[in-house]
Ligand binder design. Structure first.
Ligand code: HEM
Length: 416
């Protein structure tokens, strides 16, 4: 989705909203819709194409509550719009699709392989890999940054996940294809079903081999942690290990590249902000955090109500589907001053870009580190960058992604 600077003109009418339509996120900046929702209809009912209805919440306080109150708002049947009405075949099996307390049995050991102290310990090796990935940008010239950044999550976290490097490209491409099979960049099959079959087949082949490799040669990584895990005294069966590999790889690949791209794009559009970063690189942690809020790589998070409940006037019944529009929450003027500004001084910055509560992103330390390395390296070399061609956005109602972004990089060109 395009992201514009400045407050949008809210939509005049909310009639006939098609929030589920992936096409509506390709060309337009949809903050006009979310602003109108927050002003006119912060809580409402929307419909999927098959007529299944779901509650839409647009304000920060409600979204924060929905995401944090896991007893009332369950993740077990799906966390994306595509699951509304049909559920998710991996429900109850993966870290993202489980509720506390069972969820903790998976999350705790995975967390141990990905927490801040681990990222710090692995920092030198990861920095070297990230710098190698962005080396072409540091040397200048024209590059399609979106294609280059596709590999960033695997470079940043592939070793933490325990996935052999030979699979990184395949996994990076296919995880995104699995959530955007209609996007022209990712439509590798004859039709959506064929694309999904192909990408799932390749993903499961990679994960099967990664699992066998780690079984023979266990390490300090996610796959090994999954293999060593016992729930109720029984090891996790291979299918479940595989589904969790998929879930973690998807979490990584569907988000991190787009925060990198959208942040670079915002800085290209506002060279004054980039100059501030170049002159004072100590703001880079704030830049990364604001980049995550600005991008809000997941437009929404879905939950299902476990009991009859009321929230902000909505009388919901057990089994109702609920959508927290995180991207809208991250522009809520009740919480963020100047929400349509890219503000390096924003503090605090309690954005929901990484989620919140029990499901808060476990990859946040790894992705924050990788993003910091990129901006530190560009700042150190005083690289100027500008867009040189057409930017293409991901065909998805879930992920705010960029699939192509040609840019020119000029080292030493940011002058004091
Ligand atoms: C800028 C980068 C990233 C963003 C913005 C992001 C965003 C998110 C969000 C919004 C959630 C919450 C989902 C929910 O509540 O249903 C989440 C959870 C998760 N993320 Fe990330 N993510 C990023 C990077 C990563 C990386 C690099 C990895 C893996 C290496 C990862 C793995 C996960 C996993 C496994 C979960 C599920 C945690 C749980 O359910 O307990 N993410 N992420």
């Amino acid at each position: 989705m395009r992201i514009d600077f400045g407050e949008p003109k809210p939509l005049d009418s909310l009639e006939g909203l098609r929030l589920h339509d992936p096409a509506s996120y390709v060309e337009e900046c949809r903050h006009d819709v979310w602003l109108a929702l927050r002003r006119q209809r912060p809580v409402g009912v929307d419909e999927m194409p098959d007529g299944t209805r779901y509650w839409s919440f647009a304000g920060y306080a409600d979204c924060d509550k929905i995401v944090k109150d896991t007893a009332t708002y369950s993740s077990e049947e799906g966390t994306i719009l595509a699951s509304v009405g049909v559920g998710d075949s991996a429900g109850g099996q993966t870290i993202t699709l489980m509720d506390p307390p069972d969820h903790g049995a998976l999350r705790r050991p995975l967390m141990r392989t990905m927490r801040q102290s681990v990222v710090r310990r692995r920092a030198d090796a990861v920095r070297e890999k990230v710098l190698a990935l962005i080396d072409p940008l540091l040397h200048g010239g024209e590059h399609d940054v979106a294609r280059l950044m596709r590999l960033l999550p695997m470079v940043a976290a592939g070793d933490i996940l325990g996935i052999p490097e030979k699979y990184w490209e395949t996994i990076a491409f296919n995880t995104t294809a699995s959530i955007a099979p209609e996007d022209p960049e990712y439509a590798v099959g004859r039709n959506v079903g064929d694309t999904l079959r192909r990408v799932h087949h390749q993903l499961f082949a990679c994960f099967t081999d990664a699992i066998e490799t780690r079984r023979r040669d266990p390490g300090d990584d996610v796959v090994s942690a999954l293999l060593g895990l016992e729930i109720d005294g029984r090891p996790l069966e291979d299918r479940r290990v595989m589904l969790n590999c998929y879930s973690v790889a998807l979490g990584a690949n569907s988000t991190t590249p787009h925060v990198a791209c959208h942040t670079l794009l915002a800085l290209a559009q506002r060279p004054d902000i980039w100059r501030t970063v170049v002159e004072n690189p100590s703001v880079i942690p704030a830049l990364v955090e604001e980049g995550a809020r600005w991008t809000s790589p997941t437009h929404h998070l879905i939950r299902r109500v476990t009991t009859d409940v009321e929230l902000s006037g909505a009388q919901m019944a057990k089994g109702d589907w609920v959508c927290a529009w995180v991207a809208s929450a991250n522009r809520d003027e009740q919480v963020f001053d100047g929400p349509y500004d890219f503000d390096l001084g924003r503090s605090p910055n309690p954005h929901l870009g990484f989620g919140a509560g029990a499901h808060y992103c476990i990859g946040a330390p790894a992705s924050r580190f990788a993003l910091s390395v990129i901006f530190e390296a560009l700042a150190l070399r005083r690289v100027r960058f500008e867009v040189t061609g057409e930017i293409r956005h991901l065909y998805s109602n879930w992920i705010n992604g960029i699939t192509s972004m040609p840019m020119r990089f000029t080292p030493g060109a940011v002058t004091a």
